[in-house]
Structure formats: structure tokens, C-alpha cells
Design a binder for this molecule. Sequence first.
Ligand code: AMP
Ligand code: FE
Ligand code: FE
Ligand code: ZN
Length: 278
Amino acid sequence: MKFADLHLHTQFSDGTFTPEELVLYAQKHGLACIALTDHDTVEGCARAGAAAAAVKMEFIPGAELTAEHADTEVHILGYFLDTHNAVLLEKLARFQADRQNRIHEMCAALNKHGIPLKAEAVFALANCKSPGRPHVARAMVKEKLIGNLDEAFERFLKKGRPAWVPKTKMSALESVQLIHQAGGLAVMAHPGLNRTDEIIPDLVAAGLDGIECFHTKHSTVMAERYLEIAEKHNLLVTGGSDCHGFSKKAPLIGTVRLPYEHVERMKSFLQARATASK
Ligand code: AMP
Ligand code: FE
Ligand code: FE
Ligand code: ZN
């Protein structure tokens, strides 16, 4: 049996692995195929693709787009993206600039609450265009301003806490279109995490292609529920570990193993779409 992991992060967003390390870990876990889905960026895809090719592993270029629908944050995964697509890159650059501004805002809020963290320290640690709250938390720990990452989120960074700053998000409908115009498949990420099942029909109407049924934080019952929803709406089924490297505990890669037949279905679906549009 061949297996895939279609939800992975690197240092190009908030993971700790380089693209090369990610491929090494994937190899260690015997995965036949991986997709890189960094938050709001496709920058790591070239290196991950090259590293995967060197060990004859299949690689799918992807991204995890931050979007919203009906006032709830929803993450939309894009797969088989053309990572040179100008419209996609232009849009991502704007979201990256907003993420960088947000770091300044979060640091200013922390400063007001007695945590003297400088934005420069976060940027130095993040060393990427798509920084986020995990980088702020890690910088706080590194500068010995807080005990650990969880405490940073609990006391300051999670929604409703003093240094929480909302992110600029595109609408979920727009993210689906953006992915489609870049040649990709649009998949709703970890629906069980956000508890936003009621928005699924709207996303399907907007052209959603698939749903992430298997995810580290989905129980078996949840996975079954989303498999049923996928069948009902005729959606592709995906899954992945959402591994962020060593950012929390042991790397999650290898904990979710998607049977490869789902990747085959994704490819057939894309091919059928390409044929239909000719
Ligand atoms: P951001 O995109 O900047 O809002 O950060 C969201 C990221 O922070 C998620 O993708 C997770 O990697 C991480 N995250 C969210 N909540 C927590 C938490 N309570 N503890 C640790 N990491 C978290
Ligand atoms: Fe993340
Ligand atoms: Fe996510
Ligand atoms: Zn993710």
C-alpha cells in the first residue's frame, strides 16, 4: 500500500523543518507522496519538490490559504498549484505584507502589557515572508519573556487575549477561485477544528473540490462524519498530519497516512476538468 501526507508545513511559514528535512522525515515514514501546504505561501515548493524528486518521492505543490466565510476563519488548501501563477503570487504577496504588519501590531500590544518583545526579534527568528503567531510565541520563549509556547498563546496570543490581532483574510469564495485560476484543487482544511460544518454547502456552491477528512485533530467519528459529507456533496477526500516540525512536541508527520488512491482520484479529477475546459 502507498500512503500520502497532504498537509505539511516548513520554515517558509510556521513549521520548523527546512523543505529538505521534511522530505527526509517523509522518507523515514515510508510516504510515497507529500504535499507542502505552508500558510499563505508557495515559496518552499521548489526546494521540497527538488528534494522529493532526488529520492523519487511524489510531490504536490500546495498552500494553506487563510480565508473567512460568514465571520468564521476557514483554511482552504490548494493542491497542484502552478507556483509561478502571477495572480496567485501577487495575492500571496499582499497577504504576506499584512502578516508582517501584524507582527508589528502584536509586538506593540505585548509591549503595552509589559512584554518588551521587539518585532525585529520575531522577524529574525521567523526568517520568512509569512510570519505568524507561532513565531511571536517562539521569540517570547527565546527572549525568556514567557515560560513556554502554550503560555504565550493562552495569556497573550489566542483570540480575545491582549496581543491577539486579526489577520486580513480573503473570502473563502475568492480563495477557491484563486486556487482554480492557478490550476489547483481547492480543499477545505480540518473542518472538525473550526466546527463550521454549516458553511460547507456554501463552499461547495463556490466550487470547493474536496474536504480534509483525515487530520491529526479529527477523531475517528469526525473522520467518518466528513467522509459522509464528502460523499453527499461528491467531494474529493484528502488528509494530512498538519505537521509543523518540532514546534510543539514530536513531529506529527507519519501520524496520518492517506491511502494513495485518494491522490489518484485528485489527479483524475484535475485531468477531467482540464479536458472539459478544452
Ligand atoms: P496565525 O496564522 O498567525 O494566526 O497563527 C496560526 C497558527 O498558530 C496555527 O496554524 C498553529 O500553527 C498555531 N497555533 C494556533 N493556536 C495555537 C495554540 N493554542 N498553541 C500553539 N500553536 C497554536
Ligand atoms: Fe500553522
Ligand atoms: Fe490550518
Ligand atoms: Zn496547517
